[in-house]
Design a binder for this molecule. Structure first.
Ligand code: HEC
Ligand code: HEC
Length: 256
Protein backbone atom coordinates (compact mmCIF):
# COMPACT_ATOMS: atom_id res chain seq x y z
CA UNK A 1 0.00 0.00 0.00
CA UNK A 2 0.99 3.59 -0.27
CA UNK A 3 0.38 4.97 3.18
CA UNK A 4 3.23 7.39 2.96
CA UNK A 5 3.81 11.04 2.22
CA UNK A 6 2.43 10.74 -1.27
CA UNK A 7 -1.06 9.71 -0.17
CA UNK A 8 -1.25 11.68 3.04
CA UNK A 9 0.01 14.89 1.51
CA UNK A 10 -1.04 14.55 -2.12
CA UNK A 11 -3.75 16.92 -3.27
CA UNK A 12 -6.96 14.89 -3.62
CA UNK A 13 -9.42 15.41 -6.46
CA UNK A 14 -11.77 17.83 -4.70
CA UNK A 15 -14.28 17.64 -7.55
CA UNK A 16 -14.87 13.89 -7.23
CA UNK A 17 -18.53 13.16 -6.48
CA UNK A 18 -18.20 10.99 -3.38
CA UNK A 19 -16.21 11.92 -0.29
CA UNK A 20 -15.39 10.17 2.93
CA UNK A 21 -16.92 11.85 5.99
CA UNK A 22 -14.73 10.87 8.89
CA UNK A 23 -11.07 10.98 7.92
CA UNK A 24 -8.96 12.10 10.86
CA UNK A 25 -5.55 10.87 9.77
CA UNK A 26 -5.73 10.39 6.02
CA UNK A 27 -6.01 13.52 3.95
CA UNK A 28 -9.63 14.69 4.02
CA UNK A 29 -9.65 15.48 0.30
CA UNK A 30 -9.01 11.84 -0.67
CA UNK A 31 -11.76 10.42 -2.86
CA UNK A 32 -13.72 7.41 -1.66
CA UNK A 33 -12.08 5.43 -4.47
CA UNK A 34 -8.57 6.27 -3.27
CA UNK A 35 -9.51 5.38 0.31
CA UNK A 36 -11.01 2.10 -0.90
CA UNK A 37 -7.82 1.18 -2.75
CA UNK A 38 -5.71 2.05 0.24
CA UNK A 39 -8.00 0.02 2.51
CA UNK A 40 -7.62 -3.06 0.31
CA UNK A 41 -3.91 -2.97 1.13
CA UNK A 42 -4.63 -2.37 4.82
CA UNK A 43 -6.92 -5.44 4.95
CA UNK A 44 -4.39 -7.49 2.99
CA UNK A 45 -1.51 -6.38 5.22
CA UNK A 46 -3.37 -7.58 8.32
CA UNK A 47 -4.94 -10.65 6.70
CA UNK A 48 -8.45 -9.47 7.69
CA UNK A 49 -11.64 -8.32 5.97
CA UNK A 50 -13.20 -4.85 6.08
CA UNK A 51 -15.49 -6.00 8.90
CA UNK A 52 -12.50 -6.23 11.24
CA UNK A 53 -12.70 -2.44 11.55
CA UNK A 54 -15.95 -1.36 9.89
CA UNK A 55 -19.53 -1.94 11.08
CA UNK A 56 -21.25 -4.25 8.57
CA UNK A 57 -18.05 -4.57 6.55
CA UNK A 58 -18.47 -8.32 6.13
CA UNK A 59 -21.89 -8.22 4.48
CA UNK A 60 -22.19 -9.40 0.87
CA UNK A 61 -22.79 -5.84 -0.29
CA UNK A 62 -21.58 -2.59 1.21
CA UNK A 63 -25.02 -0.91 1.07
CA UNK A 64 -25.48 -1.18 4.82
CA UNK A 65 -21.84 -0.74 5.80
CA UNK A 66 -21.05 2.27 7.96
CA UNK A 67 -17.48 3.01 6.96
CA UNK A 68 -17.54 6.41 8.65
CA UNK A 69 -18.57 4.96 12.03
CA UNK A 70 -15.95 4.56 14.77
CA UNK A 71 -18.05 2.02 16.72
CA UNK A 72 -15.51 -0.80 16.35
CA UNK A 73 -12.55 -0.08 18.67
CA UNK A 74 -10.17 -1.76 16.24
CA UNK A 75 -10.74 1.10 13.80
CA UNK A 76 -9.53 3.57 16.43
CA UNK A 77 -6.48 1.38 17.07
CA UNK A 78 -5.83 1.26 13.34
CA UNK A 79 -5.90 5.05 13.23
CA UNK A 80 -3.03 5.13 15.74
CA UNK A 81 -1.23 2.66 13.49
CA UNK A 82 -1.80 4.93 10.48
CA UNK A 83 -0.10 7.70 12.47
CA UNK A 84 2.75 5.45 13.54
CA UNK A 85 3.37 4.31 9.96
CA UNK A 86 3.19 7.84 8.64
CA UNK A 87 5.61 9.12 11.26
CA UNK A 88 8.07 6.37 10.40
CA UNK A 89 7.95 7.28 6.72
CA UNK A 90 7.91 11.06 6.97
CA UNK A 91 9.97 11.74 10.07
CA UNK A 92 11.93 8.92 11.66
CA UNK A 93 13.28 7.08 8.63
CA UNK A 94 14.32 10.21 6.71
CA UNK A 95 16.26 11.27 9.85
CA UNK A 96 18.13 7.96 9.93
CA UNK A 97 21.90 8.37 9.38
CA UNK A 98 23.40 6.59 6.37
CA UNK A 99 20.02 5.66 4.93
CA UNK A 100 20.14 3.22 2.03
CA UNK A 101 20.08 4.79 -1.42
CA UNK A 102 16.78 3.07 -2.20
CA UNK A 103 14.53 4.27 0.62
CA UNK A 104 12.19 1.59 1.94
CA UNK A 105 8.59 2.70 2.53
CA UNK A 106 7.06 1.12 5.61
CA UNK A 107 3.52 -0.21 5.13
CA UNK A 108 1.15 -2.23 7.33
CA UNK A 109 2.52 -5.31 5.53
CA UNK A 110 6.11 -4.51 6.55
CA UNK A 111 5.36 -5.42 10.16
CA UNK A 112 2.09 -7.35 10.01
CA UNK A 113 2.89 -9.65 7.06
CA UNK A 114 -0.71 -10.73 6.74
CA UNK A 115 -1.56 -11.18 10.46
CA UNK A 116 -3.66 -8.90 12.72
CA UNK A 117 -0.95 -9.02 15.37
CA UNK A 118 2.66 -8.97 14.15
CA UNK A 119 4.03 -11.82 16.23
CA UNK A 120 6.23 -14.79 15.39
CA UNK A 121 4.85 -18.31 15.16
CA UNK A 122 7.03 -19.33 18.11
CA UNK A 123 5.58 -16.52 20.27
CA UNK A 124 2.04 -17.41 19.20
CA UNK A 125 2.57 -21.08 20.00
CA UNK A 126 4.15 -20.23 23.33
CA UNK A 127 1.05 -18.28 24.36
CA UNK A 128 -1.09 -21.27 23.41
CA UNK A 129 1.27 -23.47 25.43
CA UNK A 130 0.89 -21.30 28.53
CA UNK A 131 -2.88 -21.09 28.29
CA UNK A 132 -4.03 -24.36 26.80
CA UNK A 133 -1.15 -26.81 26.99
CA UNK A 134 0.94 -28.95 24.71
CA UNK A 135 -1.82 -30.80 22.83
CA UNK A 136 -3.33 -27.48 21.78
CA UNK A 137 0.06 -26.29 20.54
CA UNK A 138 0.46 -29.35 18.35
CA UNK A 139 -3.09 -29.00 17.00
CA UNK A 140 -2.62 -25.26 16.39
CA UNK A 141 0.69 -25.84 14.60
CA UNK A 142 -1.08 -28.17 12.16
CA UNK A 143 -3.72 -25.52 11.48
CA UNK A 144 -1.10 -22.80 10.98
CA UNK A 145 0.80 -25.01 8.53
CA UNK A 146 -2.32 -25.41 6.41
CA UNK A 147 -3.61 -21.89 6.62
CA UNK A 148 -0.33 -20.06 6.05
CA UNK A 149 1.39 -22.43 3.63
CA UNK A 150 3.30 -20.48 1.00
CA UNK A 151 2.68 -17.14 2.73
CA UNK A 152 5.19 -14.95 4.49
CA UNK A 153 3.15 -14.48 7.67
CA UNK A 154 4.84 -17.21 9.68
CA UNK A 155 8.15 -19.03 9.56
CA UNK A 156 7.02 -22.56 8.75
CA UNK A 157 10.56 -23.88 8.47
CA UNK A 158 11.88 -26.16 11.22
CA UNK A 159 13.01 -23.07 13.16
CA UNK A 160 9.71 -22.22 14.90
CA UNK A 161 9.20 -25.54 16.67
CA UNK A 162 12.93 -25.75 17.44
CA UNK A 163 12.54 -22.44 19.24
CA UNK A 164 9.56 -23.66 21.28
CA UNK A 165 11.47 -26.84 22.12
CA UNK A 166 14.52 -24.82 23.20
CA UNK A 167 12.33 -22.77 25.53
CA UNK A 168 10.89 -25.99 27.01
CA UNK A 169 14.40 -27.40 27.47
CA UNK A 170 15.35 -24.14 29.21
CA UNK A 171 12.41 -24.72 31.56
CA UNK A 172 13.65 -28.34 32.12
CA UNK A 173 10.45 -29.67 30.47
CA UNK A 174 12.43 -32.26 28.51
CA UNK A 175 9.56 -34.64 27.75
CA UNK A 176 7.42 -31.81 26.40
CA UNK A 177 10.38 -30.59 24.32
CA UNK A 178 10.73 -34.10 22.90
CA UNK A 179 7.05 -34.21 21.94
CA UNK A 180 7.36 -30.92 20.08
CA UNK A 181 10.52 -32.12 18.34
CA UNK A 182 8.79 -35.38 17.37
CA UNK A 183 6.22 -33.26 15.51
CA UNK A 184 9.06 -31.32 13.90
CA UNK A 185 10.86 -34.55 12.95
CA UNK A 186 7.71 -35.80 11.22
CA UNK A 187 7.56 -32.56 9.28
CA UNK A 188 11.30 -32.42 8.54
CA UNK A 189 12.48 -36.04 8.46
CA UNK A 190 15.72 -35.12 6.66
CA UNK A 191 16.88 -32.51 9.14
CA UNK A 192 19.94 -33.67 11.07
CA UNK A 193 19.50 -30.68 13.36
CA UNK A 194 15.94 -31.59 14.39
CA UNK A 195 16.96 -35.23 14.94
CA UNK A 196 19.93 -34.09 17.04
CA UNK A 197 17.81 -31.74 19.16
CA UNK A 198 15.33 -34.60 19.65
CA UNK A 199 18.21 -36.87 20.69
CA UNK A 200 19.32 -34.31 23.27
CA UNK A 201 15.78 -33.90 24.60
CA UNK A 202 15.34 -37.69 24.93
CA UNK A 203 18.70 -37.93 26.66
CA UNK A 204 17.82 -35.19 29.14
CA UNK A 205 14.42 -36.81 29.73
CA UNK A 206 16.22 -40.02 30.67
CA UNK A 207 15.05 -41.84 27.52
CA UNK A 208 18.42 -43.39 26.80
CA UNK A 209 17.35 -45.84 24.12
CA UNK A 210 15.31 -43.31 22.24
CA UNK A 211 18.26 -40.92 22.41
CA UNK A 212 20.58 -43.55 21.00
CA UNK A 213 18.18 -44.22 18.15
CA UNK A 214 17.84 -40.56 17.39
CA UNK A 215 21.61 -40.02 17.33
CA UNK A 216 21.84 -42.95 14.91
CA UNK A 217 19.27 -41.20 12.75
CA UNK A 218 21.35 -38.00 12.84
CA UNK A 219 24.35 -39.94 11.61
CA UNK A 220 22.34 -41.59 8.84
CA UNK A 221 21.27 -38.14 7.63
CA UNK A 222 24.66 -36.50 8.18
CA UNK A 223 27.39 -39.13 8.62
CA UNK A 224 30.02 -36.64 9.83
CA UNK A 225 27.91 -35.22 12.69
CA UNK A 226 30.59 -35.20 15.40
CA UNK A 227 28.35 -34.15 18.31
CA UNK A 228 25.84 -36.95 17.66
CA UNK A 229 28.72 -39.40 17.40
CA UNK A 230 30.13 -38.19 20.72
CA UNK A 231 26.80 -38.50 22.49
CA UNK A 232 26.28 -41.94 21.02
CA UNK A 233 29.61 -43.17 22.33
CA UNK A 234 28.96 -41.67 25.76
CA UNK A 235 25.61 -43.44 25.99
CA UNK A 236 27.25 -46.89 25.62
CA UNK A 237 24.47 -49.36 24.77
CA UNK A 238 24.04 -51.79 27.67
CA UNK A 239 21.52 -54.16 26.11
CA UNK A 240 22.33 -54.42 22.41
CA UNK A 241 19.37 -56.67 21.54
CA UNK A 242 16.74 -54.40 23.07
CA UNK A 243 18.51 -51.31 21.76
CA UNK A 244 18.39 -52.69 18.24
CA UNK A 245 14.66 -53.40 18.53
CA UNK A 246 13.92 -49.87 19.69
CA UNK A 247 16.13 -48.51 16.96
CA UNK A 248 14.27 -50.51 14.35
CA UNK A 249 10.90 -49.34 15.67
CA UNK A 250 11.93 -45.74 15.57
CA UNK A 251 13.53 -45.98 12.15
CA UNK A 252 10.36 -47.54 10.76
CA UNK A 253 8.33 -44.74 12.27
CA UNK A 254 6.63 -46.77 14.99
CA UNK A 255 7.68 -44.52 17.85
CA UNK A 256 6.12 -41.32 16.61
C1 HEC B 1 -7.39 -2.44 10.31
C2 HEC B 1 -8.58 -1.62 10.26
C3 HEC B 1 -9.21 -1.34 8.93
C4 HEC B 1 -9.57 -2.24 7.96
C5 HEC B 1 -9.33 -3.75 7.93
C6 HEC B 1 -10.26 -1.50 6.94
N1 HEC B 1 -10.30 -0.18 7.29
FE1 HEC B 1 -11.26 1.29 6.28
N2 HEC B 1 -10.67 2.65 7.67
C7 HEC B 1 -9.89 2.37 8.77
C8 HEC B 1 -9.60 3.62 9.46
C9 HEC B 1 -8.76 3.77 10.71
C10 HEC B 1 -10.25 4.63 8.75
C11 HEC B 1 -10.25 6.12 9.10
C12 HEC B 1 -9.01 6.78 8.57
C13 HEC B 1 -8.86 8.20 9.06
O1 HEC B 1 -9.39 8.54 10.13
O2 HEC B 1 -8.19 8.99 8.36
C14 HEC B 1 -10.93 3.98 7.65
C15 HEC B 1 -11.72 4.65 6.72
C16 HEC B 1 -12.37 4.06 5.67
C17 HEC B 1 -13.23 4.73 4.76
C18 HEC B 1 -13.66 6.19 4.83
C19 HEC B 1 -14.88 6.29 5.72
C20 HEC B 1 -15.31 7.72 5.94
O3 HEC B 1 -16.39 8.08 5.44
O4 HEC B 1 -14.57 8.45 6.63
C21 HEC B 1 -13.67 3.82 3.83
C22 HEC B 1 -14.59 4.05 2.67
C23 HEC B 1 -13.05 2.57 4.18
N3 HEC B 1 -12.27 2.74 5.31
C24 HEC B 1 -13.21 1.40 3.47
C25 HEC B 1 -12.65 0.19 3.82
C26 HEC B 1 -12.79 -1.00 3.04
C27 HEC B 1 -13.57 -1.13 1.74
C28 HEC B 1 -12.11 -2.00 3.69
C29 HEC B 1 -11.92 -3.44 3.27
C30 HEC B 1 -11.27 -3.61 2.01
C31 HEC B 1 -11.53 -1.38 4.88
N4 HEC B 1 -11.87 -0.06 4.92
C32 HEC B 1 -10.75 -2.07 5.79
C33 HEC B 1 -9.48 1.13 9.18
C34 HEC B 1 -9.67 -0.06 8.49
C1 HEC C 1 6.51 -0.76 12.68
C2 HEC C 1 5.66 -1.93 12.75
C3 HEC C 1 4.18 -1.74 12.48
C4 HEC C 1 3.60 -1.14 11.40
C5 HEC C 1 4.27 -0.47 10.23
C6 HEC C 1 2.18 -1.31 11.58
N1 HEC C 1 1.92 -1.97 12.73
FE1 HEC C 1 0.08 -2.42 13.47
N2 HEC C 1 0.95 -3.26 15.09
C7 HEC C 1 2.29 -3.32 15.34
C8 HEC C 1 2.50 -3.90 16.63
C9 HEC C 1 3.86 -4.17 17.28
C10 HEC C 1 1.24 -4.20 17.17
C11 HEC C 1 0.91 -4.83 18.51
C12 HEC C 1 0.85 -3.73 19.53
C13 HEC C 1 0.55 -4.31 20.88
O1 HEC C 1 -0.63 -4.59 21.16
O2 HEC C 1 1.50 -4.53 21.63
C14 HEC C 1 0.28 -3.77 16.17
C15 HEC C 1 -1.09 -3.88 16.33
C16 HEC C 1 -2.02 -3.47 15.40
C17 HEC C 1 -3.44 -3.61 15.56
C18 HEC C 1 -4.15 -4.23 16.75
C19 HEC C 1 -4.36 -5.69 16.40
C20 HEC C 1 -4.96 -6.52 17.50
O3 HEC C 1 -5.63 -7.52 17.19
O4 HEC C 1 -4.73 -6.20 18.68
C21 HEC C 1 -4.02 -3.08 14.43
C22 HEC C 1 -5.51 -3.01 14.12
C23 HEC C 1 -2.95 -2.62 13.60
N3 HEC C 1 -1.76 -2.88 14.21
C24 HEC C 1 -3.13 -2.03 12.37
C25 HEC C 1 -2.11 -1.55 11.58
C26 HEC C 1 -2.32 -0.90 10.30
C27 HEC C 1 -3.67 -0.65 9.68
C28 HEC C 1 -1.09 -0.58 9.82
C29 HEC C 1 -0.75 0.17 8.54
C30 HEC C 1 -1.34 1.47 8.44
C31 HEC C 1 -0.12 -1.02 10.80
N4 HEC C 1 -0.77 -1.61 11.83
C32 HEC C 1 1.25 -0.84 10.67
C33 HEC C 1 3.29 -2.92 14.50
C34 HEC C 1 3.12 -2.26 13.32
Amino acid sequence: MVLCTSVLAAAGGAQLPQHPENLQVLRKTLSTDSVFNLMLDVADGLGVTCGYCHVGGDRPTWDSTHFASDAIPMKVTARAMFRLTDRLNTELLPAMPNRGSTAVTVTCMTCHRGAPRPVTLADTLERILDRQGLDSVIAAYGRFRERYAGRMTYDLSEASLNEIAARLVGATRFRDAARILEVNARQFPNSANVAYQLGLAYEKAGERLLAITEYHRVLSIEPGHAAADRHLRALQPEDPVRDRTVTRNVLTGRMY
